[in-house]
Ligand binder design. Structure first.
Ligand code: NDP
Length: 482
């Protein structure tokens, strides 16, 4: 049994309550770790440490801070295999995926913000020959970063790195369901020379630790990634306190396939967009809209392509789909498959749990599931399932595709497949989402703005946007005597 501890003031400490939650390995469906059941007392200790550390960290030069962040990147890279295995045991995703996606991306996040912060400059506005303005940017102070379970270290590091790069001190909470790699990060930070108290990691339940971070009066900004309902709850507490907020929330992303697409490429990318990470990526394309003239051909090829995605032990290289992150989430995904049947859908592939023999026989695995015959605006097509389940819906015209794609409360990402350049641009302009991929999926340039519209979020991460979010701007106006 591995016991995880909080990381406060550069030290690993037990929660004040001395109580622990059960941490599960979803592939074997069994408890394998103990996770601190922290509360507001642990958050208060972290804030105390961060307050002292802020005096030190905010006075480091940009270059000094960047050097330490680069050392952290190197520290993770040096232990890539160990981090990848920990991520897979905690989350259920295939080990090869943790090795090529999650951990390398965490390394890139540190490298990217360490270097990008070096080129963030203030602004200058000349009003006339006597008056000019310049903008000062200073760190906010202590900030809270709350992240979800689907891409644990990837998203945890995506949040904390711009905050640290700009001189803030951080109180961070990973999901209590997948805390292992965030916990290991503390060791790397100490080895890299991050001053004590600059990064504090508190584990525990959202309604206890997350809400204590949100409500703490000395925590001036909240950067949150997670579900839309939780985002609303955080806003309810933080908005009246006038905290800065960046909210990256749920998605129900459309994948629009026109009959003039590059067929082979479209089938392959659509399968990846639907089922990578067991469909547990906020950017997964879970509603596939296909032009009716191509519908049957696409359906048949897509089913064959998805059949190649073998469900299996996440430790095996041959497994393309791993375990669902938790028992409650496993049950939630299955309940949506049952709902699809009630709503008149036909399951054309998958549709239930899979028993993986051997050490994974009690794990939580679900077959990649493809459903057709549902109305575009039924519950299954409006609500986020966040699992290996997609629906196929035919459309006839561009206008109809747009109407269907835009029919949910969400607006995070969209994929469009067509070889017609004008059509691609027209649809991209009219689609209600923060991110549009044309003939590709999950190509992420870290300099680009990342975020959603409607109930998929508020604000943008990525590039200079995230660095600016973690600063306060001050305009200084000077008038010189003539
Ligand atoms: P949740 O909203 O349940 O949880 C996210 C984080 O918030 C967790 O650390 C959670 O802790 C914490 N939390 C829960 N309740 C509160 C609260 N009242 N106050 C403060 N913090 C709280 O999301 P999931 O972890 O289930 O992640 C899945 C969701 O995340 C999906 O909706 C998905 O679309 C979204 N997501 C969005 C992304 C984006 O970039 N837009 C990227 C990835 C995921 P605990 O785990 O202990 O409950």
């Amino acid at each position: 049994m591995q016991r995880i501890l909080n990381f406060i003031n550069g030290e690993y400490v037990a929660p004040v309550s001395n109580q622990y939650l059960k941490g599960f390995n979803p592939a074997i469906g069994a408890v394998y770790s103990e996770v601190p059941d922290s509360d507001e007392r642990d958050v208060a200790l972290a804030v105390k440490a961060a307050t002292a550390a802020f005096e030190v960290w905010s006075n480091y030069t940009q270059e000094q801070r960047s050097d330490i962040l680069l050392k952290i990147a190197q520290g993770i890279e040096n232990r890539l295999e160990e981090f990848a295995l920990a991520e897979t045991n905690d989350q259920g995703k295939p080990l090869w995926l943790s090795k090529v996606m999650d951990i390398p991306r965490a390394v890139s996040n540190f490298k990217f913000y360490a270097t990008t912060a070096l080129s963030l400059s203030g602004e200058f506005h000349k009003t006339d020959s006597q008056i000019f303005n310049y903008t000062l940017r200073s760190p906010i102070g202590i900030v809270g970063c709350i992240s979800p379970w689907n891409l644990p270290l990837y998203l945890f590091s995506w949040k904390i790195t711009p905050a640290l790069a700009m001189g803030n001190c951080v109180i961070a909470k990973p999901s209590e369901i997948t805390p292992m790699t965030a916990s290991m990060l503390g060791e790397v930070c100490n080895a890299a020379g991050l001053p004590k108290g600059v990064l504090n990691i508190i584990h525990g339940l959202g309604p206890k630790v997350g809400s204590s971070i949100t409500a703490h009066q000395d925590i001036k900004a909240i950067s949150f990634t997670g579900g839309t309902k939780t985002g609303a709850e955080i806003s309810r507490i933080a908005a009246p306190m006038f905290k800065k907020m960046s909210l990256e929330l749920g998605g129900k992303n459309p994948n629009i396939i026109f009959d003039d697409c590059d067929f082979e490429k479209t089938v392959k990318i659509s399968a990846a967009a639907a089922f990578t990470n067991q469909g547990e990526i906020c950017l997964c394309g879970s509603r596939i809209f296909i032009q009716d003239t191509l519908y049957e051909r696409f359906k048949n090829a897509f089913v064959e392509e998805v059949k190649k995605r073998k469900v299996g032990d996440p430790l095996l290289d041959t497994s393309r789909v791993g375990a669902i992150v938790s028992k409650p989430h496993f049950e939630k995904v299955l309940s949506y498959i049952a709902l699809a049947k009630e709503e008149g859908g036909s399951i054309i592939l998958g549709g239930g749990p899979v028993e993986v023999p051997g050490r994974c026989k009690d794990g939580w695995f679900i077959e990649p599931t493809i459903i057709e015959g549902l109305a575009y605006d039924c519950r299954v097509n409006r609500e986020e399932i966040f699992g290996p389940v997609v629906t196929l819906v035919p459309f006839s015209t561009e206008a109809e595709a747009l109407k269907m794609a835009n029919s949910t409360q969400y607006g995070l990402a969209c994929t469009i497949f067509t070889e017609n350049l004008s059509k691609a641009h027209r649809v991209a302009a009219k689609i209600e989402s923060g991110i549009v991929w044309i003939n590709c999926w999950l190509e992420r340039d870290l300099r680009t703005p990342f975020g959603g519209v409607k109930q998929s979020g508020v604000g943008r991460e990525g590039g200079f946007e995230a660095l600016k979010f973690f600063t306060e701007e001050k305009n200084v106006c000077i008038k010189i005597d003539s």
